[in-house]
Design a protein around this ligand. Structure first.
Ligand code: 8YV
Length: 327
């Protein structure tokens, strides 16, 4: 019988996934869920045949170059791959896989929830009740913005962007998007989505902007200070993608000055650190990167990781290979 691959998993995964991994592979698990340090990542890369990192593990060029020759696959638990140096991996002939598709609907739900929460001041209202300061209903208190009829600009019309568009349509919003390329005409038609070739022009005309693109060198600070200034002052932003896509310092400053109406942020530029000035603002809803955090989703992600490893170990191309050239 073939030797089972040594699979090192960096974080605690759902029990059913860990059990299955133990059956199929020589799995080294991390039951106490303490994130590995950079030095520890280098150590495990020297022994593992397969590494299963998450978004919290920085698999940079150093980790990849110091990896032993036995490391053949990085089967990431998650969809975003910005924590992995794909170029370095390709140079070393190490394959990289992710878990696309299975967290689309959950992330779109959370995006819609954040959009509604900011627009209708949900977290602020909740804080008011909890604080004991609520003095009773008033005709002009706690007024938010009507969602129906508003223009939603989606930056990144991939799977999550499209799933968000479907939800937003059900809430009566009109859908606009910017993407590297136009989506297929049938998708555009189904979503009644308007394509903006110019991001700048789109930003200047939206009521809500949602970030749904991956973080790549091309999208780093895509919402720069200059672009944030194009937004109209009543516009608000939702981000369930990656913090790095927005210049967080500029965003914070503009939110404080009322130049942007609000923000719903599930991700931050320097996670888990959050700009302390954001914490003091009432017009923001801040979440701890929980966009895809459902019980079902985590199991689906784990199953994808297992299929990728198994297929690879059987000598075939794994289904979710990430090709650097496609990013
Ligand atoms: C996960 C995510 O929490 O998949 C992603 O890109 O950001 C989240 O769904 C994380 O990636 C797990 O590694």
């Amino acid at each position: 019988e073939k030797k089972k691959p040594l699979v090192v998993v960096t974080r605690k995964l759902p029990d059913v996934i860990e059990t299955r991994m133990m059956e199929l592979f020589d799995a080294r698990l991390n039951s106490d869920d303490e994130p590995l340090s950079h030095a520890q990542l280098i150590e495990v890369a020297q022994v593992a045949d397969v590494l299963v990192p998450t978004v919290t593990d920085r698999i940079d060029r150093e980790v990849i170059e110091k990896a032993g020759p036995q490391l053949r696959l990085i089967a990431s638990f998650g969809t975003g791959v910005d924590h992995i140096d794909l170029k370095a991996a390709r140079e070393r002939g190490i394959s990289v896989t992710n878990t696309p598709g299975v967290l689309t609907e959950d992330t779109a739900d959370m995006t819609m929830a954040l959009l509604l929460a900011v627009g209708r001041r949900l977290a602020e209202g909740e804080r008011l009740v909890r604080s004991g300061q609520w003095k009773g209903w008033g005709p002009t208190t706690m007024l938010g913005h009507r969602i129906q009829g508003k223009r939603l600009g989606i930056l990144g019309m991939g799977r999550i962007g499209q799933a968000l568009a479907r939800r937003a349509r059900a809430f009566g919003m009109s859908i606009h998007y910017h993407n590297r390329r136009r989506v297929y005409p049938d998708v555009e038609q189904e979503l009644e989505a308007t394509y903006w070739d110019s991001l700048d022009q789109m930003l200047a005309r939206m009521d809500v902007v949602s970030i749904n693109c991956p973080h790549t060198p091309a999208t780093y600070h895509l919402l720069s200070e200059r672009r944030l200034k194009l937004l109209r002052p009543h516009c608000f932003i939702v981000n369930t993608s990656r913090g790095e896509v927005i210049d967080e310092t500029a965003l914070t400053r503009m939110l404080s000055k009322g130049e942007i109406a609000g923000a719903g942020l599930d991700v931050f530029e320097h996670e888990p650190a959050v700009n302390p000035k954001l914490l003091r603002l009432d017009n923001v809803v801040l979440l701890p990167h929980m966009g895809s955090a459902t019980i079902e989703g985590r199991i689906d992600m784990g199953e994808k990781v297992i299929i990728n490893i198994k297929t690879f170990a059987d000598g075939h191309a794994p289904p979710d290979r990430v090709l650097e050239t496609l990013l």
